[in-house]
Design a protein around this ligand. Structure first.
Ligand SMILES: [Zn+2]
Length: 356
């Protein structure tokens, strides 16, 4: 039997899908991401979506201001660096010129496609991609800027567990047929069909994978009662789907990389008669990933997944500094209280074997 390692050192990771929100919530959550990641792809679905390069510029300033406050309060060291990679929210009205503005800004790295009404703050999303966004898609393809996709068909008549599968047939397949070279990121892949699409696609494509879709299946949502803190979109799926995601990630395919989809909502909005979708996993993200990789004897695959595949796909340099994980009992707190904000971290109350 292999001797158990008690720590690992990897190249500093990045998070290729995170929700920072804004205002007080931004201040409450940014530390958890910065303590683990050098860069993060910042999702644009604020209550007023970030639809233009100018809005992204202002949002980026608010993030950097929040970071400066952390440094001033000595919550992070003055030398620590973190780069927010901004994205724009695609709408039916996005102008093709906006792709050029975004590209030349130097701080916008992708567009995000939310099908209208698919998840938190997505009412401004795209109603008909092929009718309304063709020129934008052409520009993205030409410039080589990735289109990040929330791959669920938001149709009330489609079973919630099937929405990703239907999206593939209705949108992903024709999208690839019409735009063979557009760079696509299948965000938070949650099904076997999603994994297969990413594996078999003939163009430039990758998928982000969250800790919750690696660790839990849909039984966990109802284990011992209803668990609102495991409710996210895309919703957790059956075990066969989780197994397919694990297999793809541990295959070592460079098409799969880390994206937490950390999506904070205050406790009272999760434990609510109509609870919000989203898991807050940034608090312990790297420890959660290390634990599930370790349980599957795949710790040797963690560095590429967390630190190489993402920047390679985005055409950005890999980080040069390092990050240490320790094998040590780690009891995840039941709740985090940051000022007035209460958050329930993913895995609250459970014990994992790794810590940062
Ligand atoms: Zn998300």
């Amino acid at each position: 039997m292999d001797k158990l390692v008690d720590s690992i050192i990897i190249t500093k990771p990045d998070d290729w899908h995170v929700h920072f929100r804004d205002g007080e919530m931004l201040d409450a959550v940014i530390f958890d991401t910065v303590k683990q990641f050098s860069r993060a792809i910042i999702m644009p679905n604020l209550s007023e979506p970030i639809t233009t390069t100018n809005m992204a510029k202002n949002y980026r300033h608010r993030i950097l201001d929040s970071l400066a406050r952390l440094k001033k309060n000595n919550q992070i060291s003055k030398e620590s660096s973190f780069t927010p990679l901004m994205t724009l929210y695609l709408t039916d009205n996005t102008k093709p010129e906006e792709v050029l503005n975004a590209h030349s800004s130097g701080f916008v790295f992708a567009f995000k496609l939310y099908p209208a009404a698919s998840t938190t703050n997505s009412t401004a999303g795209v109603s008909n991609l092929f009718e309304n966004c063709r020129e934008v898609l052409e520009k993205l393809q030409y410039i080589g800027m990735p289109l990040l996709i929330h791959a669920e068909l938001p149709d009330k008549n489609i079973d919630i567990f099937d929405r990703e599968r239907f999206f593939i047939d209705k949108i992903m397949t024709p999208l690839r047929r019409d735009f063979p070279d557009i760079k696509l990121v299948f965000e938070h892949v949650s099904t076997k069909e999603g994994v297969d699409f990413v594996m078999e696609d003939t163009g430039p494509i990758a998928a982000t994978v969250t800790p919750q879709h690696l660790i839990y299946n849909r039984n966990s949502l109802f284990s011992g009662g209803l668990n609102p803190h495991l409710y996210c979109l895309p919703i957790l799926k059956a075990e066969e789907h989780r197994k397919a995601i694990l297999k793809a990630v541990f295959s070592g395919s460079a098409r799969f990389f880390l994206g937490t989809d950390s999506a904070p909502h205050i406790r009272s909005l999760k434990e609510n008669r109509c609870g919000c979708a989203g898991c807050y996993n940034a608090y312990n993200a790297m420890a959660l990933y290390a634990s599930i990789f370790d349980e599957n004897n795949s710790l040797d695959k963690l560095e590429a997944f967390a630190s190489f595949n993402g920047p390679d796909f985005y055409g950005l340099p890999r980080n040069r500094d390092f990050f240490v994980l320790h094998r040590k009992e780690n009891i995840i707190p039941d709740m985090l209280e940051i000022g007035k904000i209460q958050l329930i971290p993913l895995g609250a109350g459970s014990t994992i074997n790794w810590c940062i």
